[in-house]
Ligand binder design. Structure first.
Ligand code: AMP
Ligand code: GLY
Length: 412
C-alpha cells in the first residue's frame, strides 16, 4: 500500500512510526512532513488541495490520512472522492463540526448533547447587549478556524467587550470571527477522547490528558499542547459511562439524523465538572499531542483499524495496561514569538523513549527547529512515574538554543 499523510507535526510522526512497522505499507509520502517522516518515507512540499490530488493520482496513493483540520474543512475529502482516491476523514460538510463552532453548537443543541449553554451571534450590537447581562467569567469563541487562538475566557465585561470588538469589528481572525459563540464558563478538568468512526458506529480510545498551558502548574498562555498522558488519571469509569450516555450516543444519533456518516476520527474535547462531562468541541481529526500517547499504547495494528473503519467493520480497540507520557520540547518564546533554525543535538542519547520530531526538519546532516513545538519524547511504563522518569532523563540530553519544556508533565 502507498500511503500519503498530510501534516507535519508530532502527531504525523507518531502515525508514521506506527504504520512503518506494517509490511503491507510499501511507500509513505508526507506533505510536508518533518525530520522523522523524512527518515520513514518521502517528504513532498505541497499544500494546495489540487496539488495534493494530482500528486495522489500520479503516485497511485491507496490511502490518504489527514492530520490537521484545515485541509478537511477546505474540502480535501470531497475533491479526492471525485477521483476515487480514498481518504480517512470526513467531507467538508461533516468537518464543519470542527470548522464552525456555531454549526457544531447547533448540532449539540439539536441532539441534546451535553454541552455548555451558548448563544450564536452574527450582529455585533446584539452580542454587545447580551454580554451586559451575563455572569463572569464568560467564554467568547470565534466560530471559524483561528489557529487555536479563537477562544477567550473573559473575566470581566470590559474584557468581553474588547474581545467581541476584536473578533467582529477589527476582524483579527478575518472571516473566522464575524460569527461568534458566547457560552457559559465551565469549571473542571479537561479530557480528550479520540474515537474511530466506521460510518455506522464510533469506537473510542482511552481518554488522554492534554497539558494546554505553556507553564508549570497550568499557568501562562494556551498552546497547542505541551504534553499528554494516557490514560487520563482523572477520567474514571463513571465519567466514561456519563460521556457514553450524554455525549457519545446522542452524537451518533445526530450524525445519523443529519446523514453525516463518515469514516475517520471524531475527537471529543471534554470538560468534566462536578455535574459530569460536557462537550466543549469536536475535532474531526487525530489530536496532537494526544495521538503520540495513544499510538504508544495501542495494541492493534493501525492499518487494520483504519481499513476496518473504511470497510464499515466493527473494531475492538486494545490498549496496553500501562501509562504513557509525551513531553513536547518547544522553541523559546512559543506560543508567542520565537525563532527557528537552531540545530538539535543529543538525539543519540535518547535511550528509554521514542523521539518524534514535530517542527524540525533535516538540513544537510543536521536537524534544525522550524516550528513552535519542535519535538516529542514519548515513553511508557508501569506507572506514570516510571514513564515520566524515562521521558525526563532522555529530554535532559536533547538540546537546541532557547528550547524549553514543562517540568510537570505526568506528575500527579
Ligand atoms: P475549544 O476550542 O472550544 O475546545 O476551546 C479551547 C479551550 O478553551 C478549551 O480546551 C478549554 O480550555 C477552554 N474552554 C472552551 N470552552 C470553555 C468553557 N465553556 N468553559 C471553560 N473553558 C472553556
Ligand atoms: N491537543 C488538542 C488538539 O489536537 O486539538
Amino acid at each position: 500500500m502507498r500511503i500519503l499523510i498530510i501534516g507535519e507535526g508530532g502527531r504525523e510522526s507518531a502515525l508514521a512510526a506506527k504504520l512503518q512497522k506494517d509490511s503491507r505499507v510499501t511507500k509513505m509520502f508526507f506533505a510536508n512532513g518533518n525530520a522523522t517522516t523524512d527518515a520513514i518515507g518521502k517528504n513532498v512540499h505541497l499544500s494546495e488541495i489540487k496539488e495534493l490530488r494530482d500528486f495522489a493520482i500520479k503516485e497511485k496513493v491507496d490511502l490518504t490520512i489527514v492530520g490537521p483540520e484545515a485541509p478537511l474543512v477546505a474540502g480535501l475529502k470531497d475533491e479526492f472522492k471525485k477521483h476515487d482516491l480514498k481518504v480517512f476523514g470526513p467531507t467538508q460538510k461533516v468537518a464543519s463540526l470542527e470548522g464552525s463552532k456555531a454549526f457544531s453548537k447547533k448540532f449539540m443543541q439539536t441532539y441534546d448533547i451535553k454541552t455548555a449553554k451558548a448563544v450564536v451571534f452574527d450582529a455585533y450590537n446584539d452580542a454587545k447587549e447580551y454580554i451586559q447581562t451575563q455572569q463572569y467569567p464568560l467564554v467568547v469563541k470565534a466560530s471559524g478556524l483561528a489557529g487555536g487562538k479563537g477562544v477567550v475566557i473573559c473575566e470581566t465585561l470590559e474584557e468581553a467587550e474588547a474581545t467581541i470588538h476584536d473578533f467582529m469589528i477589527r476582524r483579527v481572525f478575518g472571516d473566522a470571527g464575524i460569527r461568534i459563540v458566547i457560552e457559559e464558563y465551565l469549571q473542571g478538568f479537561e479530557a480528550s477522547i479520540i474515537a474511530f468512526s466506521n460510518g455506522e458506529k464510533i469506537f473510542p480510545c482511552i481518554a488522554a490528558k492534554d497539558y494546554k498551558k505553556a507553564g508549570k502548574g497550568d499557568t501562562g498562555p494556551n498552546t497547542g499542547g505541551m504534553g499528554t498522558v494516557a490514560p487520563s488519571p482523572e477520567f474514571t469509569q463513571e465519567h466514561y459511562a456519563d460521556f457514553e450516555k450524554n455525549i457519545l450516543e446522542p452524537t451518533l444519533k445526530g450524525l445519523k439524523g443529519e446523514g453525516f456518516s463518515f469514516k475517520g476520527i471524531i475527537f471529543f474535547g471534554l470538560m468534566v465538572t462536578k455535574n459530569g462531562a460536557y462537550l466543549l468541541e469536536y475535532n474531526m481529526r487525530f489530536g496532537d499531542p494526544e495521538t503520540q500517547v495513544l499510538m504508544a499504547l495501542m495494541e492493534n495494528n493501525l492499518l487494520d483499524v483504519i481499513q476496518d473503519c473504511m470497510n464499515g467493520k466493527d473494531l475492538e480497540l486494545k490498549f496496553k495496561d500501562e501509562k504513557a507520557v509525551c513531553l513536547v520540547m518547544c522553541s523559546g518564546g512559543y506560543p508567542r514569538n520565537f525563532e527557528t533554525g537552531f540545530e538539535i543535538v543529543g538525539e543519540d542519547k535518547v535511550k528509554h523513549s521514542q523521539l518524534l520530531y514535530a517542527g524540525a526538519v533535516k538540513k544537510g546532516d543536521a536537524v534544525v527547529s522550524n516550528g513552535g513545538r519542535v519535538l516529542n519524547i514519548v515513553a511508557t511504563g508501569a506507572t506514570y512515574e516510571d514513564a515520566r522518569k524515562k521521558v525526563y532523563e532522555d529530554a535532559s540530553h536533547v538540546h537546541f538554543d532557547y528550547g524549553f519544556y514543562r517540568e510537570d508533565i505526568g506528575k500527579f
